[in-house]
Design a protein around this ligand. Structure first.
Ligand SMILES: CC(C)(COP(=O)(O)OP(=O)(O)OC[C@H]1O[C@@H](n2cnc3c(N)ncnc32)[C@H](O)[C@@H]1OP(=O)(O)O)[C@@H](O)C(=O)NCCC(=O)NCCS
Length: 248
């Protein structure tokens, strides 16, 4: 599996299976999160890549600049899916399409395994990820968990609750098409309070407001189907028929 993103940047995305490559993925993760303890060790990545999962490494020339990895998941009805656990790109290479190339390569791999859904989590106060996951890729969120990982000390999570939305990316073209059509109709706007965007501990009132609104929409049977960058708001709407229950 290889992909050249652009001749100018010469980005390639390949599957990493050798222990030296997996070590590079582990080191990238430690660098991006600023903490060695959150990085998956190469021994675990090796097991993941040999047992139904995939580890992808993006390079610019010889330098490792980004990664994504995930394993096999199974929902409550026994359906299999690809559970992506982490993806990251070095700060100096962001917004150049590397993250997208990684996700598209991961999707190609999942499809080739016969899987029709990819699932992962992200922090709803990270608007770059919200735009990337919901708007660019077209995933949807049906579950919200306050403080999913408990308190963490890495650079990206320090001093903040680890709230997470669980996103599901439907790879079946029929369901993906229905979602695109639904997204065009718009829905209920859930603005992200500006206080959540600053570094460090978020104002509790803002945190609780976003939690309440996301959970109220989900409690009413809606999914988060988009992120509207112009309005700084999530968009909630009922999904069209034909979707399986949430994976997690
Ligand atoms: C999430 C991540 C992997 C994306 O990688 P990337 O290479 O920057 O992704 P891309 O360049 O393909 O796309 C980024 C998109 O976010 C947009 N974006 C950047 N900053 C933004 C912001 N503050 N608000 C909204 N959108 C933003 C970019 O404009 C681009 O969208 P566009 O193509 O529509 O313009 C990268 O930001 C990252 O490593 N983040 C830190 C680790 C992390 O949070 N990982 C995800 C959870 S495991």
């Amino acid at each position: 599996m290889a992909e050249t993103q652009s001749a100018a940047r010469r980005i390639t995305v390949r599957r990493a299976r050798r222990i030296e490559e997996l070590e590079q993925v582990s080191q990238l993760q430690a660098r991006i999160w600023g903490a060695a303890e959150v990085a998956a060790p190469s021994s675990l990545l090796k097991a993941i890549s040999e047992a139904g999962g995939v580890v992808l490494l993006a390079r610019e020339g010889p330098s490792a600049v980004g990664f994504a990895f995930g394993f096999l998941g199974r929902d409550h009805q026994g359906r299999l899916y690809h559970r992506s656990h982490a993806a990251g790109v070095l700060p100096e290479l962001r917004d150049a399409g590397v993250g997208r190339s990684l996700k598209l390569a991961q999707r190609r791999w999942a499809r080739a395994q016969g899987l029709d859904r990819m699932v992962w989590t992200f922090d709803p106060s990270q608007l770059r990820n919200a735009h990337f996951n919901l708007h660019r890729l077209g995933a949807v969120a049906r579950r919200h968990h306050p403080d999913y990982y408990g308190r963490r000390t890495d650079d990206l999570n320090q001093g903040r609750p680890t709230d997470r939305l669980v996103v599901e990316w439907f790879l079946n073209p029929v369901l993906a098409g229905r979602l695109r059509a639904r997204r065009r109709l718009g829905g209920l706007a859930i603005p992200v309070p500006p206080g959540l965007l600053q570094a460090g501990p978020p104002p509790l009132a803002d945190l609780h407001r976003l939690r309440r609104q996301l959970r109220r929409a989900m409690g009413a049977g809606m999914a988060i189907v988009d992120y509207d960058r112009e309005r700084g708001a999530y968009v909630a709407a009922e999904l069209p028929p034909g979707f399986p229950p949430p994976a997690e």
